[in-house]
Design a protein around this ligand. Sequence first.
Ligand SMILES: NC(=O)c1ccc[n+]([C@@H]2O[C@H](COP(=O)([O-])OP(=O)(O)OC[C@H]3O[C@@H](n4cnc5c(N)ncnc54)[C@H](OP(=O)(O)O)[C@@H]3O)[C@@H](O)[C@H]2O)c1
Length: 293
Amino acid sequence: MTTTPKVALVTGATQGLGLALVEGLARRLGPADTVYLTGRDAGRVAHAVDAMPGAGARVLGEVLDVAEHEAAAKLADRLRERHGGVDVVFGNAVMRIGPDDDPRAIIESYVEVNNFGTTRLMRAFAPLLRDGGRLVVVASTLGTLHYLAPVLHDRFAGLTSLDEVDEQVAAWRDAVKDGSARAGAWPGFVNIPSKIALVAAVRALAGQRRAEDARRGILLASTCPGMINTPTSALWWDVSGAATPAQAAVPLLDLALGPVDPDHYGELVRYGRVLPWSPLSPEHLMPEPNIIL
Ligand SMILES: NC(=O)c1ccc[n+]([C@@H]2O[C@H](COP(=O)([O-])OP(=O)(O)OC[C@H]3O[C@@H](n4cnc5c(N)ncnc54)[C@H](OP(=O)(O)O)[C@@H]3O)[C@@H](O)[C@H]2O)c1
């Protein structure tokens, strides 16, 4: 009996966690399988592909700037033609910002990459998932309602479509832009609402697909990689003792390639366990080894 070769794709894979995810996928998959290393810059994509160790699956580069509105849909069309479907998709790309950046100046591009870029990816690639497929969005421990003022919980709780999530993200973005966000109780650290919206997006899509995905063994989930030593986090914290990207990738690769735990479906998964969406659960109050991200 022959098995269909597997196809995996990672966004924002030219460095950091994304690059480690590609390396790990290539190592764990076989020579008949394909891992797409995608990024916004053709030169950096080619350089990252050339630097791959070469064992396991073949690694192919594709330019995918997630901020470009049609890019994910066009790439999904090409992969559908080439392979018929995909098995693993990681939404990982992030726009790097630092503590000195003015939220009003960066918010437009920030949500275009981190949020709308991810919901476009989900719209384009979720329909391509083959039986047993996984779509995993890299979020953060900060992506739960625990980190949002209670007055704002209704913005992201109970959303039932990606369009509804995008609407709420647009409203938050506009409040940051016009300076009303702080008076509206929004956190000053824009990473928090952005990651909450990513988790809400996964929950919304999962709500629509749950029964059919359960039948086909498909997993949609968001995940927290924990604190990682990358230039992005180093702009904010001393991450010299944090996990390397390769270490942080391990539980994410398990989520993508290991057996599906039905309890993970639609949830935010941290080190193999569901992190509750609702605030003040015992899980949030437990200390964890890798700080809070
Ligand atoms: N680092 C942490 O401690 C930490 C903690 C919790 C969660 N996370 C999450 O983990 C993920 C990876 O973080 P990281 O620290 O590995 O980040 P990183 O090292 O800054 O890498 C970010 C990647 O995203 C790419 N990117 C930026 N804009 C893009 C666009 N428009 N289209 C496509 N790709 C784009 C970058 O490409 P270029 O190479 O072209 O810049 C780069 O490859 C993110 O979702 C982040 O929020 C990280």
